[in-house]
Structures are given as structure tokens and as C-alpha cells.
Design a protein around this ligand. Structure first.
Ligand code: PLP
Length: 399
């Protein structure tokens, strides 16, 4: 047998968001001034209560393996959070804690999919869903939605993608990359389809608390017992509490699915970091005013970046309703040239914007959204203003 990596591994497309962020950071390390709009993580410090809880966990000897599904303390805090914020009642046996929501999602796909099972993914979509589906033997089935429809496909388009092999539907609201929030009427339509055709809904609610004032988050699982029995709710502490490095995410769902995820996790990784689980339990249970102040700051930044992009001739964007991303429409500039290089697609545009304009974004093709670049406004107001100034100068200089 020749040496070499598997076909499965060869098939994986590495995360474009991490790649673009790494490229920008390498340029910064080399002394260049680069404004980074690529990274998908809050720039705020982790609140002090949470940092203290982490230190306290170490001092109190929480330094050993925990139960594979997570500590009872954290699973209990998650049960309370789901009741308090989402009106969802779960038993602790229906919760599993993993190494970030990304790991929770991977466990979910691994547990639900047999080879050839189909997973419906509306696009634009977060970079990791199609790759994870492929890594676990499934087949992604894409349902595109366009900007004029707020990036939300019509229920009829979703229904048309259902086949006897459909095993799950991925719902991301608030959404990465486009910041849209799915209306309750569409959630109801999806719930009806899931119940009628017998598939699961994987509801990624990681941006739930980063929602603009005029909107409210509704978990699809709260729409009735039948849909709750078919939904795996995914959430975590990374985005809400600026805890990306703690690597704590969780899934809540039907007991048999969660138990299968626990069994898989028991062999693959065991439980996540024990002191970080304590810090996450404190985060979920403490007064939530720090979440509100981060949310309000994101809202201010959103208003500035949206106004700024729409004021630049040739660029436009719709106003995101949640998360901290905006999809900048660059399609009107396709065919222009930058330093003699034709900008024929959004990847070429993002590349030139980084190397010539010194602004890092993620090209929309990474999210199956040609003609767009995604900007994360999880960065300071000062960076946003300077980034907008550079983007404007870059666009004006295109031939
Ligand atoms: C839509 C979505 N889901 C899940 C995650 C994973 O979050 P984490 O693994 O940090 O909990 C991210 C992170 O970028 C995301 O954007």
C-alpha cells in the first residue's frame, strides 16, 4: 500500500476565513499596516467575572477529566439558559458539551449521517457546513438565496430540494456570513416540512444574543413538540461572551441523538477543558449586562460600516440584523483592473484589496456567494473608519 493521505482528507477545503485572517496577520507581523475585517471573533476582552472564574477553577482543583458529556454544573446552567432565553425545556441527559460549537456541529453530522445522506444547506452559508457534511459521509444540497430576498430562500425552494435521502436541514439564524434573521413564518414553514418529510433541523444559534434592537431571536425548537423532537440546537459561549479561545460549545436535542454524540465524543476527544467548562457555567448564569453592552456596541459599528459602504460608488450592502458580518456587494466592480490585474471575481477583488488596499476581507466564494466580500465588524470603530477610508481609496484607484 503506498504512503499518502486519504481521499477523504484530500477533499477538504481549508477554512477560508482562517486563511485570510492568517494572511493579514502575517502582513501585520512583517510590519505592514493592515485593517482586518476577516476574523469572526469579538474583539472585546472576555468579561472579568469569567476570567476570574477560570482562575478560580484552577485554584479549586478543577483540573481533571470531567464526565464525557460535560460537567453537571455546566449542563445544568445550559438547561437553565435554554429555559430562560429560548423557552425550551430539556433534561441534562439531552445536553452535550464539546470543544466549541464547531465540534458540536461535527458530532451532530457524524451522528446523523450515513454515507450518501443529504443535508440541505441554504447559501450563502458558513464555510464549515459543507466540509463537515462531506467529512462525515454526507452530501450537501445547496439552496441558493439572493441579496434582494435578504439571503433567505423561499420555503418552496427548500421544499423542492427535499428527496428521500434528505436527513437534515441546516438553519443559521442570525446568519454568518450575511447577518440575516429568519422570520418566524419561514421557521414555521421549515418546521412543517421537517415534520412532514421526517428530517432533522440542525439549528445553529451561536449568534443568538448578537441581534439588533428591532429583532428577537426565536429558536425553531420552541415552535412545538414535534419540531423540538427533530431539532438539534447548537450554541456556545464563543461569540456571546467573547470566549472564542475557551472552546466551549454545546448541543441540545433528542436523547438518542445526544447519547450517540456522547458515545462518539467518548472515543474521539473526551470532554472539553474542565476549567473552561466552569468559566462557561459562570458566564451563562451571571447577570447578562456585559452581553447587552457588547450588543449595543456592535449595533453602533454596524450602522457606521453599512453607511460607509453604501456611500462608496460601486459598492453596496444590505443592513444585517444580527451577528457581526456585512456582505459587501462588489459585483458592479467586476472587470475593473487593479495595478494591471483584472478583477474578474470576488476572490481577485479580496486579494487585491488586501495586497494593494491593505484591508483584509473574506471573498464571498468561500460562502458560495460570488460577487460579495464579507466584512466582520468585530473590530474597533477606529479600524472601521480607517478601513472604510482605505476601501474608498482602493475603489477610486481601480481602472
Ligand atoms: C455560524 C457559526 N457556527 C459555529 C461557529 C463555531 O463557533 P465555536 O466553535 O467558536 O463555538 C462559528 C464560528 O465562526 C460560526 O460562525
Amino acid at each position: 500500500m503506498p504512503l499518502g493521505i486519504s481521499e477523504k482528507a484530500k477533499n477538504i477545503t481549508p477554512s477560508a476565513t482562517f486563511a485570510m485572517d492568517a494572511k493579514a496577520k502575517a502582513m501585520q507581523a512583517a510590519g505592514e499596516s493592515v485593517i482586518g475585517f476577516a476574523a469572526g471573533e469579538p474583539d472585546f476582552d472576555t468579561p472579568v467575572t469569567i476570567r476570574d472564574a477560570m482562575k478560580d477553577a484552577l485554584d479549586r482543583g478543577m483540573t481533571r477529566y470531567s464526565a464525557v458529556a460535560g460537567t453537571l454544573e455546566l449542563r445544568g446552567a445550559i438547561v437553565e439558559k435554554l429555559k430562560r432565553d429560548n423557552g425550551l425545556t430539556y433534561d441534562v441527559s439531552q445536553i452535550i458539551v464539546s470543544n466549541g460549537a464547531k465540534h458540536s456541529l461535527y458530532n451532530t453530522f457524524f451522528t446523523l449521517l450515513d454515507d450518501g445522506d443529504e443535508v440541505i444547506i441554504p447559501t450563502p452559508c458558513w464555510v464549515s457546513y459543507p466540509e463537515m457534511v462531506k467529512m462525515t459521509g454526507g452530501v450537501p444540497v445547496f439552496v441558493p438565496a439572493c441579496e434582494k430576498d435578504n439571503f433567505i430562500p423561499a420555503p418552496t425552494a427548500i421544499a423542492a430540494a427535499i428527496t428521500p435521502k434528505t436527513k437534515a436541514f441546516v438553519l443559521t439564524s442570525p446568519n454568518n456570513p450575511n447577518g440575516c434573521i429568519w422570520p418566524e413564518s419561514t421557521l414555521k414553514a421549515i418546521a412543517e416540512l421537517a415534520v412532514k418529510h421526517g428530517f432533522y433541523v440542525i439549528s445553529d444559534e451561536i449568534y443568538e444574543s448578537l441581534i439588533n434592537s428591532a429583532h428577537k431571536h426565536v429558536s425553531i425548537a420552541s415552535l412545538g413538540d414535534e419540531i423540538k423532537a427533530r431539532t438539534i440546537v447548537i450554541n456556545g459561549v464563543s461569540k456571546t461572551y467573547a470566549m472564542t479561545g475557551f472552546r466551549i460549545g454545546y448541543a441540545a436535542g433528542p436523547k438518542d441523538v445526544i447519547q450517540a454524540m456522547i458515545d462518539a465524543q467518548s472515543q474521539a476527544t473526551s470532554a472539553p477543558n474542565t476549567p473552561a467548562q466552569h468559566a462557561a457555567a459562570v458566564a451563562l448564569s451571571m447577570p447578562q449586562d456585559c452581553v447587552e453592552s457588547m450588543r449595543l456596541e456592535f449595533e453602533k459599528r454596524r450602522d457606521v460600516i453599512v453607511k460607509g459602504i453604501n456611500a462608496i460608488a460601486g459598492l453596496s450592502c444590505r443592513k444585517p440584523e444580527g451577528a457581526f458580518y456585512v456582505m459587501m456587494n462588489v459585483s458592479a466592480l467586476m472587470g475593473k483592473r487593479c495595478a494591471g490585474v483584472p478583477l474578474d471575481d470576488c476572490a481577485a477583488f479580496a486579494d487585491a484589496l488586501l495586497t494593494q488596499g491593505k484591508v483584509a476581507t473574506v471573498p464571498g466564494n468561500a460562502f458560495m456567494a460570488e460577487g460579495f466580500c464579507r466584512l466582520s465588524y468585530a473590530t474597533s470603530m477606529e479600524n472601521i473608519l480607517e478601513g472604510l477610508r482605505r476601501i474608498e481609496a482602493f475603489v477610486k484607484a481601480l481602472a
